[in-house]
Design a binder for this molecule. Structure first.
Ligand code: DGJ
Length: 637
């Protein structure tokens, strides 16, 4: 049995591995250009012993008990001590865009459904599984339950490209050759994280094409690439198995998040363009300019030193520049005059705004801009009314001392009481004030989950998604900027449920260019929020022109974060001109196909955004930058 799924330009072919009576599974047969040679999967480049047939096959999803030598995506342990699963094909359903294949295990207690989904206008293949306990009296423990494995034939090894960095240096492009062994990236602290985003691209020396893998998940996650000596490289992706154990009680089904895979004939940047297109497709708001306003955010200008009259002054200047949304960051609530107190108390800070926020919000609206606020809904200072009232709402391991960072801890979003409290906070804030922009931050990892709660990261992530969905359903006019201490919450699930992401706390332009270059390898420009500030870069502090800074922020969703009160008339005029130009070019910059020339550290670098009508080239050279617009002949832009 074979099943073929056609994407926009490629083909994904899977078949049934294993005869009746022996372990069965889905195996990849072909992944490449539509109409390409779909012969059998190449035999291992060398002969070797000990591996079983299932270990040598490009299995789409493997379990312990079926695969013995190499990694499996699913680890099964029954409550009577039996471990592993041996599957038999039961049935399948297929349409032009979807395949679902059902397997049953040899105990008759478990069912596995493998899903494959494609869309005619994208080259991305989405895959996930359901694991169902159909027994009435046995609990089954899943020590690992990943979403999918993606196979690539790489007889001489492959190069793995992935985002690697840290706070303020996110998305640094890393490239590591792998001939044999395992390379694993991930997060085990409940948030997507700064170290890596869940994305990996595979290139094979001597070949021009490339394969990409992503995971649409914002909690703890893992992506592991394993290369065997016979030339099979499998990249598996899913929820982190170190911090998550799923207990399948009788009747329960666990559905994994989706993993995205893509093949591109055009190498790493071809994969990137396919990701961008798919991210725009799965988010119905992705191409809506309303949800990508030019923001002024006052964080870098004022930090916690918030005063109503000063914010209004900044707002007036921002409006002169052509800014579309004025956003007050951290510090507007509770007793939050520093990061030591008030987090969790979402009422207006009276020493900063004695008359409340309504007069400022109204003035901002009258200036022709939208009004926005920052929140860190999951965060809570120990010195806050919320923590004093509900110390049992935060993560805590038994009675061990809490690990605090930035004087705060994290609310357990797995608790219904916490979710309804935060839903209430959102509903109140968004109805009391004319807020149309919300920046949702999280400034620390989750470190203290309860020991008995082995699904805390899943529950937390679902709680986060639930609140994002509430925003979308009940407040569709509110734009959401996702953030976790800069770019710590950037993944394709966030790309679907939020509008933009705060890319990094590093706004120094040379550093930023490097971060953005890495970001764009996995995520679209329509998500990449970037403010123009006056701050020097922490790694590459050499000065640059204002034009360099402006063009750097124009590469995605333009914004401003400088203390505009210190800008003279000439700087304001230059910024206003850049804003006007950006507004004209925005459709191309946010939806065009991105092509990259040079490297941001080589001295000459350009990003070219191409639509059928127009191409916009942003060029950086030495300490200056330029914008070159080319209209296609005969086509009116
Ligand atoms: C981290 C964010 O990345 C910043 O932009 C800012 O919102 C601070 N948190 C505020 O605490």
């Amino acid at each position: 049995m074979h099943w073929t799924l056609r994407t926009a330009t490629s083909e994904y072919v899977v078949g049934l591995f294993g005869e009746t009576g022996s372990p069965q599974a889905l195996a990849l047969e072909y992944w490449g250009a539509a109409g390409g040679a779909t012969g059998p999967w190449p035999k291992p480049a060398i002969r070797y012993s000990y591996e079983t047939p299932a270990d040598l096959a490009p299995l789409e999803y493997a379990s312990n008990g079926t695969r013995h030598v190499h990694r499996s995506e699913l680890l099964v342990e029954h409550d009577d001590g039996l471990s592993g699963a041996v599957w038999t094909y039961v049935s399948h359903e297929q349409s032009a865009t979807e395949l679902a294949v059902l397997f049953r295990d040899d105990t008759g207690r478990l069912e596995l459904v493998q899903h494959v989904l494609v869309r005619p206008d994208s080259d991305v293949v989405e895959r996930w599984v359901d694991v169902r306990n159909v027994s009435t009296d046995h609990e089954v423990r899943l020590g690992r339950v990943l979403s999918a494995a993606w196979s690539v034939h790489a007889p001489d090894g492959a190069v793995l490209h992935y985002p690697a960095g840290s706070w303020s240096h996110e998305f640094g492009p890393e490239a590591v050759p792998l001939r044999q062994g395992v390379l694993q990236i991930g997060s085990r602290y409940g948030v997507t994280g700064h170290l890596h985003a869940p994305a990996m691209t595979v290139t094979v020396p001597g070949r021009a094409d490339a394969f990409g893998v992503q995971l649409a998940w914002s909690g703890s996650w893992t992506i592991a690439a394993e290369a065997d000596p016979g030339g099979l490289l499998r990249v598996s992706a899913g929820i982190d198995d170190e911090t998550t154990t799923v207990r399948l009680t009788p009747g329960r089904t666990f559905t994994t998040p989706r993993s995205w895979g893509v093949w591109s004939p055009d190498g790493e940047w071809g994969v990137a363009r396919a990701w961008h297109r798919h991210q725009r497709l799965v988010n119905p708001r992705a191409t809506d300019p309303y949800h990508r306003p030019i923001v002024y955010n006052s964080w870098f200008a004022t930090r916690f030193d918030l005063r109503a009259d000063h914010q209004l002054e900044l707002a007036r200047t921002a409006a002169e520049l052509g800014v579309e949304a004025f956003v007050i960051d951290d510090g507007w609530f509770g007793t939050r005059s520093s990061d030591r107190s008030g987090l969790g108390d979402w009422t207006v800070r009276r020493d900063a705004f004695p008359d409340g926020l309504l007069p400022l919000a109204t003035a901002v609206t009258e200036l022709g801009m939208r009004f926005g606020l920052w929140v860190e809904l999951e965060g809570v200072n120990l010195d806050s009314d919320l923590y004093r009232a509900h110390p049992d709402w935060v993560y805590r391991v038994g009675d061990r001392p809490l690990v605090t960072m930035r004087h705060q801890t994290v609310l357990n979003l797995g608790l219904t009481a916490v979710r309804s409290h935060l839903a209430g906070v959102l509903r109140r804030l968004l109805t009391e004030l004319p807020i149309t922009y919300l920046k949702w931050d999280l400034n620390r990892p989750i470190t203290d989950p309860g020991p008995a709660d082995s699904e805390w990261s899943v529950a937390h992530t679902e709680g986060y998604y639930g609140l994002l969905r509430l925003l979308r359903d009940e407040f569709p006019h509110v734009t959401v900027e996702a953030c976790a201490g800069g770019g710590g919450r950037v993944d394709t699930a966030v790309a679907e449920l939020a509008d933009v992401v705060w890319t990094s706390d590093e706004t120094g332009p040379r550093d930023r260019l490097v971060i953005q270059d890495g970001f764009l390898r996995a995520f679209g420009a329509h998500l990449m929020s970037g403010w123009v500030t006056d701050l020097p870069g922490s790694r590459f502090p050499e000065p640059v022109s204002d034009g360099f800074r402006l063009v750097t922020s124009m590469a995605g969703v333009l914004g401003f974060g400088a203390d505009l009160g210190t800008w003279d008339a000439a700087r304001r005029k230059a910024a206003a001109d850049a804003v006007a130009l950006y507004k004209e070019l925005r459709p191309v910059l946010l939806t065009g196909d991105v092509h990259v020339h040079g490297s941001p550290r080589s001295g000459e670098y350009a990003l070219e955004y191409v639509t059928p009508q127009r191409s916009v080239k942003l060029v950086w050279a030495a300490s200056d930058a330029d914008v070159i617009v080319t209209d296609r002949e005969g086509i009116t832009p």
